[in-house]
Each structure stands twice: as C-alpha cells, then as structure tokens.
Design a protein around this ligand. Structure first.
Ligand code: ASP
Length: 470
C-alpha cells in the first residue's frame, strides 16, 4: 500500500517536473474557481465592482496579449502552411477539413435538438421568471443577411481595414406615414478583426506562393521568420497564462449576480446543454478520432489540457488559438502543414459546442413560451443553428448574438434571450472548450486522411533541400 502510494507520488512529481506549465495551468483553473466562489458567497459583489474589476485585471492583460498575437500568427501560419503545398494536396486537405467541420457541427446540432426534446427543460411553469431589465437585443437579424455578411467578410474591399473591422447589415424598422412598417438596411462598420477575410486572403496568397515557389522564396522566408518569432512570443505568453487564467476565472465567478437564483430557474436548461456538450466532447468526438486514426484518444486529450484550460478561462477560441497550435504541433505530433490550416480556419468557423448550444436554447425558448414547433421548423432550427455557429466569431458570447438569427428563422420571440444571457457566461466556457477540442481533433482526422499527400510533400521538401545543398 505504502509502495503504491509512494510510486504514485513519484509519478506525479515526475509529471510536475516535466510539464510544469501544464500543472500550473490546471492548478490555476481550480484555485481560480475556489477563490471566485468564496468571494461570491462572502460579498456577492456586482460584476462592475472595483474588487471584481481588479481581480480580473491580470486576466485582462493575458487576453490582450493573446488577442494581440492572433493577426500575425494567423497570417503567417496559414501562408507558411500552404506556401509549399502543391495545389492538389492543398485541395484534398481543405476538402477533408471542411467535410469534418460541417459533419461534426451538424452532428452537434442534431444532438442538441434530440436532448432538448427528450429532457424538455422549458416545459415547467417558468414563464414568470422572465426579466428583461437592462438588456437590449437587436431583433432584426435574418438568415439571408447573415449569409451575405459572411460572404462580404470573406471578400474584404480593403485588407488593412479587414484587420480591425468589417461591414455588417443593420436592419432598422421604419414606420411609414400610413402606419405600415418596413425594414431599412444599412451597412455598418463593426470593429474587431475580420478573421474570415484575413484567412481567405492568406489562403489565396499561400496558394499563389506555392504555385510560384522561386519568385516567392524571399517573401516566404520573411513570413516564415514572422511565424517563428510569433511562436516564440506565444511560449513567453504561455508562462504568464496560469496567472492570467487564475484571475480571469476568479473574477468571473466572484462577479456573478444571483448565482443561486440563476441555477434554480435555469438549472435544467444548463444541465441539458452540459449533458449535450459532455456527450459530444467525451463520446462523439473521441469516437470520430478513433474511427479515423485507430489510436487512443486519451493521450491526445491530455496533451490538449493547456489549451482547454485557456479556452475555459478566456471563453474565446480565437484567443486560445496560439495555445491550441502549440499543443497540437508540439505535443500531439500534428504536422505543421495540417495544423497551420486546420486550426486557424477551425477556430473561426468550426464550432460544435456553439451549434449544440444554439439548438438547445432555441427549442428551450419555444418550450417556455408554450409554442410547439412542427418537424420542418425543428429541421430549420438545426440548419440555422449550424449556420449561426459558422457565422459566430471565436469570441465570448458570440453564439448568443448569432442566435437571434435562429430564433427569427422559426419565428420565435427574442425577448427570452435576456433570460438565457444570465447563464451564458458560464455555458460559454464549456462550449468554447468543445469548439477548441473539435479543431484539435480535426487536425488528427485530416492528418490520417491525407497521410499519403503528407509523405509526398515531405519527400519533395527533402529533395529540394538536397538540391539546394548540392
Ligand atoms: N465563445 C465561443 C468561442 O469562442 C463562441 C460562442 O459564443 O459560442 O468559441
């Protein structure tokens, strides 16, 4: 017994010594949760209290550093990833990745629809807990405008402008003199990186560079250097991340208003989303991983823990992307040719957790309001939830914003979003972890499907290097 205990201690100590950063990150999450809950129960501060703002401050600095690095990292990694791939392999890698993104997102949305129909979290007498104070929701969002905005974002008219904002349709209801109403469309510039535009641009540049290797060699060297330096910066930021994550989580949990009330009112809804996320995270995604790679998913998951902790702390797949890239490349042995395409694109469009969440939330609202949806409307909910997840940016609560589109598609009232908002910050962390894991596993699936192409590319590069030397 003693020996076993000693050996366990020795093993744990070895892990601690070998992977200090990983241990610090996990400890940071746990301590952050404990501190946050203790402060919350002791003082019940408001989210804007100085105490909470100060508590979150070191975390805010982490978020700022991660966000700051996203732009050079995405551009450099996509271009270097595609820059020396031939067009045929590039097409296959892209095709497999997109097929994986779409199928896993659709599966997640269907899972959400099934669970919410079985558990029926909104069927009790809950309509009286609706309180909409202080929340403004833009009710005028429709599917067609969202698709057009997505396409507009993919083709920015100014690449510099795309690095700090994008156009989005704003619909305003106007009343004519005769009392009739119509919607006026306006393109509004919204700040925040236009990730889709930047990625599309980088993909095209990367592919063109791969077609003209000689002409683009000097530029490729520069981009490669930018990539290497940015990855070193990521390593530096990672050493600060346990501190940032600790404070982010403590501040977030400390500042929750009416935690008990929130759980009592929306408990079953929260449980439904969490059960769905757990099934997707622990059963569906690992099964897909196993089906394609024939290997044990547990070590792969274990190696992703720093990225998962960052996703939990930041609630943003974009901000987590630098850590995700590092984990898949350095710990899970994914080829940079795959990860540098699959992770940035995945962090922007592949959101399984968000699709599941939107599907559950939409039917939950219908149940609370006593509106029964027919089969066609349920299908539309699933499809629009998938699309809304693709359209959602990898930032906190993006899923809640694009959910207006899902509700409008089936004619459900959007006022209930104000209620869901109270638990969104909490669920967001779990769906972001699922989104990040989905991208990471996608790399393994693409790698196993494209192993022949990868081997060919490695051979080409070796031959090239031998040629250059001689
Ligand atoms: N926060 C999520 C993410 O960054 C998006 C969402 O709100 O669902 O992946």
């Amino acid at each position: 017994m003693n020996i076993t205990f000693k050996s366990i201690c020795d093993k744990t100590w070895k892990v601690i010594l070998k992977d200090k950063l990983f241990v610090f990150t996990v400890v940071a999450v746990i301590l952050g949760l404990i501190l946050g809950v203790i402060i919350q129960q002791d003082h019940t501060p408001y989210s804007t209290d100085l105490l909470v703002v100060l508590l979150k401050f070191p975390g805010e600095i982490l978020l700022r550093m991660l966000k700051c690095i996203i732009l050079p990292l995405v551009v450099a990694s996509v271009i270097t990833g595609l820059g020396d791939i031939n067009a045929k392999s590039c097409g296959k890698i892209g095709g497999v990745a997109v097929a994986y993104y779409i199928s896993t997102t659709v599966i997640a949305a269907i899972l959400g629809l099934c669970l919410v129909s079985i558990i029926r979290p909104g069927s009790g007498d809950q309509s009286d807990f609706i309180s909409k104070d202080g929340v403004t929701i833009n009710e005028n969002t429709n599917t067609l405008d969202t698709i057009m905005d997505l396409l507009r974002a993919a083709f920015p008219d100014n690449i510099v402008e795309a690095t700090f904002g994008k156009d989005a349709t704003e619909l305003t209801e106007i009343t004519r003199d005769d009392g009739s109403k119509y919607l006026k469309r306006n393109l509004q510039f919204k700040s925040g990186i236009n990730m889709i535009g930047v990625i599309v641009f980088a993909i095209v540049v990367g592919v063109i560079m791969s077609l003209y290797p000689e002409e683009s060699a000097p530029l490729m060297k520069v981009v490669q250097a930018v990539n290497d330096v940015t990855m070193r910066l990521v390593t530096l930021i990672l050493w600060y991340s346990p501190i940032g994550i600790f404070f982010l989580i403590a501040g977030q949990f400390a500042g929750v208003e009416n935690f008990g009330e929130m759980v009592a009112q929306l408990g079953l809804y929260v449980v439904t989303v969490l059960v769905g996320i757990a099934i997707h995270f622990f059963i569906i995604l690992p099964s897909i991983f196993f089906a394609f790679t024939r290997s044990n998913p547990i070590p792969y998951y274990y190696n992703m823990l720093p990225a998962l902790a960052t996703a939990f702390g930041t609630a943003s797949s974009s901000a987590t992307m630098p850590v995700t890239l590092k984990c898949v490349e350095e710990k899970n042995g994914i080829s940079w040719r795959i990860s540098r395409f699959v992770i940035p694109v995945g962090a922007t469009i592949n959101m399984d957790g968000t699709a599941l969440y939107e599907a559950v939330a939409c039917l939950f609202i219908a149940q609370v309001k006593g509106i029964s949806l027919n089969f066609g409307q349920v299908i539309v909910t699933g499809l629009t939830a998938t699309l809304a997840a693709v359209g959602a940016a990898g930032i906190p609560s993006a899923g809640l914003v694009t959910m207006v589109m899902v509700l409008n598609a089936v004619g459900l009232p959007v006022d209930m979003l104000a209620v869901i908002l109270t638990v969104d910050w909490f669920l967001d962390r779990f769906r972001t972890m699922t989104n990040v894991m989905g991208d990471a596993l996608g790399c393994a699936v693409v790698q196993s499907m494209c192993s022949k192409e990868l081997a060919e590319m490695d051979q080409d590069t070796e031959l090239q290097m031998v040629g250059e030397k001689s």
